[in-house]
Write a protein that binds this ligand. Structure first.
Ligand code: AMP
Length: 187
């Protein structure tokens, strides 16, 4: 099976080809058509399986069909348990979305909040975030979550291990209007 047969637009296929991928991984073969079709996805997937592209590619495709984010808005939200993973996912989003007019940003704790506020000011089509810092930004009205259409919870099991369950419940409520949810867990 090829990436081209999964239903992704050319702008995204070009970025995948530039990255040197020729064949979708098993999780990508399952997740990409499902997300493009508007379905929720729950998958057991470890790091190294290609899960990041599995959710990022179809979300980029869906986002490229709608209106761009307005100031301080997010249209897709990817939650990760650690800042390292957030940074990594943010880089993947930038790489796979390089031919699209979408904006993405990464927010996590342990660093100054001001540059993150500045980055959110113009709006971001995809925000990759750790839960605590995201909620800080939401409470100070630097990010509005009521237009989020896609929510991804990456490494959901680790998120619970790290004590983020209350934060996740709150983010779930704040994005309850969303169209689709994707959950990935190693176990
Ligand atoms: P992930 O499981 O998302 O952390 O991805 C693991 C690694 O596999 C990353 O370095 C990706 O760049 C790479 N990768 C993802 N999808 C593919 C693919 N279809 N073919 C080859 N490499 C891939």
């Amino acid at each position: 099976m090829s990436f081209a047969s999964l239903g992704l637009p050319t702008s995204i296929l070009d970025a995948v080809t530039a990255k040197g991928y020729t064949t979708p991984s098993p999780i990508q073969m399952e997740a990409i058509p499902a997300v493009l079709a508007g379905r929720d996805v729950m998958a057991a997937a470890q790091t190294g399986t290609g899960k990041t592209a599995g959710f990022t590619l179809p979300i980029l495709a869906r986002l490229s069909e709608g209106k761009l984010a307005r100031p301080n808005q997010a249209r897709a939200l990817v939650l990760t348990p650690t800042r390292e993973l957030a940074a990594q996912v943010g880089e993947s989003v930038a790489t796979y979305g390089k031919n699209l007019p979408l904006r993405s940003t990464v927010v996590f704790g342990g660093v100054k909040i001001n540059p993150q506020m500045m980055a959110l000011r113009g709006g971001a089509d995809i925000v990759v975030a750790t839960p605590g810092r995201l909620l800080d930004l939401q409470r100070s009205m630097q990010i509005k979550l009521d237009k989020v259409q896609f929510l991804v919870v990456d490494e959901a099991d680790r998120m619970l291990d790290l004590g983020f369950s209350d934060d996740l419940a709150e983010i779930n409520q704040l994005t309850i209007q969303r169209q689709q949810t994707m959950m990935f867990s190693a176990t």
